[in-house]
Design a protein around this ligand. Structure first.
Ligand code: GDP
Ligand code: IMO
Ligand code: MG
Length: 429
């Protein structure tokens, strides 16, 4: 029963979309299990350049079923738009969405904005896509699930009560403008009609593929350090991008796993607020941000990403909380041309040195990185596809990351396009 977890190892945007599009050639199912359209997964191949927010990144392969699991929160407008985009590109768009995935309703998006405003200087820097408020309603047992859209009579009974409460919150607590309940109900009718062909019991689809011995890729969104439980709380997202989220978010058991692969960028980035010990000053950050064919700007919000050296302390923590047994290193080409490259191997906190990741955000914010400097490399790694083309310095860098994290790199990504990939070992067996 080979399920392969491919997840973000740091703060998201590690290049999961690129890697999964490459790997999906050998998978019959690619399944998302957490998050929503806060994610932006960039895929570049012969069919075009796509930024997928909800649709799994296997969607460019005709043989791949792309499953949006029950753990995902779904904005139906975004999903329908993405399916259309994929079809317009001439792709079959084999997509299904769990009947138990929760719906991001228009009031969730309004509340995401208002809550951020209220936080003022403590704002989390959310993507304002309504993801947090939708999960709040899921946990608060007043969410609406995709399957319920198909039952308008019940929805017509429930929705007015929910909207009344939301409008009280929006107007009385935040001083915002009320939302129109009738308009929302009408939207749910349209969503139901248009989404109906895609709604399925997603756990059955995944189970059938696993039972048949077919490869299933579990597609992470966000990254381990944005995890609600294991990340840098409160500067996190509202779901579990780490490996545990796969079990609950898709309804599979632990014996299904054949491997857990972390996707690491060759350096670190973070979008939004929160501690980031290795963050570079803007002058150095700009060099990395603008290097390579695509700069470091958010695929969802367009925000400039914060940039830092590779944080192996955080990386080791991520390996542990996910039980990773291998890794992929992306954007290696972006580090071409540096004389020396730094790797953070420890922190100094209140005058004491440690290689243990402090999960407390305040303590992490006060942590000073301790760097090991290693020489960079001459020559370009951009687009290389064979291990023997790797400059010695690049090999040394990869080997050092492997040593520090205690897992092997199975693939190196050397450019944003599918083909710009260097395989060191088979990830899908
Ligand atoms: P994701 O959210 O983890 O899927 O990552 P994003 O798509 O948000 O961000 C990764 C960015 O890096 C995108 O613009 C990709 O096209 C790009 N990318 C992925 N792999 C590579 C690589 O190996 N080299 C370069 N230069 N860009 C890459
Ligand atoms: P992918 O899948 C990077 C960040 C936001 C913010 C925090 C909470 O593309 O790697 P939210 O809207 O989730 O409530 O915002 O999480 N964030 C991401 N950062 N990549 C992502 O997804 C992210 N999804 C959310 O910037 O700091
Ligand atoms: Mg992204």
């Amino acid at each position: 029963m080979p399920a392969y977890a491919v997840l973000g190892a740091h703060w998201g945007d590690e290049g999961k979309g690129k890697v999964i599009d490459y790997l999906a050639e050998n998978a019959s199912v690619v399944a998302r299990y957490s998050g929503g359209n806060n994610a932006g997964h960039t895929v570049m191949n012969e069919h075009g350049t796509f930024s997928f927010h909800l649709v799994p990144s296997g969607v460019c392969w005709p043989h791949t079923q792309n499953v949006i699991g029950n753990g995902v929160v779904v904005d139906p407008e975004v999903l329908l738009e993405e399916i259309k985009m994929v079809r317009d590109a001439g792709l079959p768009g084999n997509v299904s969405v769990s009947d138990r995935a929760h719906v991001i309703m228009p009031y969730h998006i309004v509340l995401d904005g208002l809550e951020e405003e209220r936080r003022g200087s403590d704002a989390i820097g959310t993507t304002k896509r309504g993801v947090g408020p939708a999960y709040v309603d899921k946990v608060g047992r007043q969410g609406i699930r995709i399957g319920e859209l198909l039952n308008p009579e019940d929805l017509a009974l429930r929705l007015p009560e929910i909207i009344k409460f939301k409008n009280e919150t929006i107007t009385k607590l935040y001083g915002g403008d009320p939302i129109d309940g009738d308009e929302i109900f009408e939207k749910t009718r349209r969503w139901a009609a248009e989404l109906k062909p895609y709604i399925a019991r997603s756990e059955d689809l995944v189970a059938a593929a696993l039972d048949a011995g077919e490869n299933v890729i579990l597609e992470g969104a966000q990254g381990a350090l944005l995890d609600l439980d294991h990340g840098t709380y409160p500067y996190v997202t509202s779901s579990n991008p780490t490996v545990g989220g796969m079990l609950t978010g898709l309804g599979i058991g632990p014996r299904a796993f054949a491997g857990v692969t972390g996707v690491f960028k060759a350096y670190c980035t973070r979008v939004g607020s929160g501690p980031f010990p290795t963050q570079l000053d803007e002058e150095e950050a700009d060099i990395i941000r603008n290097a390579g064919p695509v700069g470091e700007f958010g695929a969802t919000t367009g925000r400039a990403r914060r940039i830092g050296w590779f944080d192996a302390v955080a990386g080791k923590y991520s390996v542990r909380v996910n039980g990773m047994d291998s890794m992929v290193i992306t954007r290696l080409d972006v580090l071409d041309g540096w004389d020396t490259i730094k790797i953070c191997t420890g922190y100094e906190i209140n005058g004491k040195q440690t290689d243990r990741f402090p999960i407390d955000s305040q303590m992490l914010g006060e942590s000073k990185p301790i760097y090991e400097e290693i020489p960079g490399w001459d020559g370009s790694t951009a687009g290389i596809t064979k291990p023997e083309q790797l400059p010695e310095g690049a090999k040394r860098y990869i080997n050092r990351l492997e040593e520090l994290l205690g897992i092997k790199a199975v693939m190196i990504s050397t450019g944003p396009r599918r083909a710009e990939s260097l395989k060191l070992d088979d990830l899908l067996k």
